[in-house]
Design a protein around this ligand. Sequence first.
Ligand code: PLP
Length: 335
Amino acid sequence: MNEAQNYFFSTFSLDPNVHDLFFHSGATEGIGNLIRGFFEKQPEAVFVYAATDHSCVYGHAKRLEKMGIEVIELDVDKNGVLNLNSLQSLKNISKPIFLNWTWVNNETGVVWPLDQAVQLKQSLKNCIVHVDAVQAPGKVSDWKNLSKELDAYTFSAHKFGSLKGVGFTFISPKVEACSIILGGGQQNGRRSGTENTYGVYSSMLALQELEALYDSAASEKNLKSILDQVKTSLANAGEVVALNSPYRNTNTIYMVFYGAKSDITSVAFDLAGVDVSTGSACSSGAIVPSRVLMAMGYDELQAKSAIRLSFAPNFTSAQAKEYADKISAIVKRFA
Ligand SMILES: Cc1ncc(COP(=O)(O)O)c(C=O)c1O
């Protein structure tokens, strides 16, 4: 555990004197318990999150509301960028704030840079910022540069190639939250229960591999070449989501088709051997509108008609060309 902990601190540019690090089963557990533990200790505080946050944050927002805790949902624009007016309104809050900041959105690939979170924190009176960093490793160029100014960061290790069922959180000891998982007091009482040492070791190996193979400049270039070709082929049949967001990750293309729901388009991709996610199927497989797209201003039909393509951190320019040709051929059929 210690070897892994040291490695994680140095890889993510954090200082063990400023943050603690503990392991858990993944971000759903890590984030959920952090939110619950914080509000159990400080029920007078305000929970602030964004309409496009992952469902593991959204679910807690709804639960806190039912418990009578003040919850504020921040709006985003059509490009998934946070609405500045809703941020301004936070400045009048005198109670403590717990703000969830999603660094890279899991559906759209839109990036909210950490320096903006730091500025926001500094402009507020008493604000704890937790960063949902699950989608950052191997998907943005600065994924290893965590800011020590922010209070907590949560990762899921399987998102960067580790065994499933392990994640970790860096947290400032200044954050007043109680541990929700009680028991033997492992990991300084932050998360009781026997540690998943295989999982932790696997995370370390996966991170080492990712550091060796991710080339952000090449990924960005390859993604752009696919995007350029796909945009042209898509013509009036749909649009690439958040195309005009100032910051985007280097591995996701999210498309909305006008009038062709994702259960139809996904079959066409599948038959051509291109893996896609729809972002809008519920657990029974039925097509439900994407909550994230609805929050960005898409209508219900469009929010049922999205296809997401994700590329590996080491995809090559030859693969990019092959993907671009295949995707364009499919997209043209719906144009
Ligand atoms: C941004 C984001 N946050 C949280 C989670 C939850 O992670 P896990 O399913 O590993 O618990 C995910 C999973 O995809 C995610 O993409």
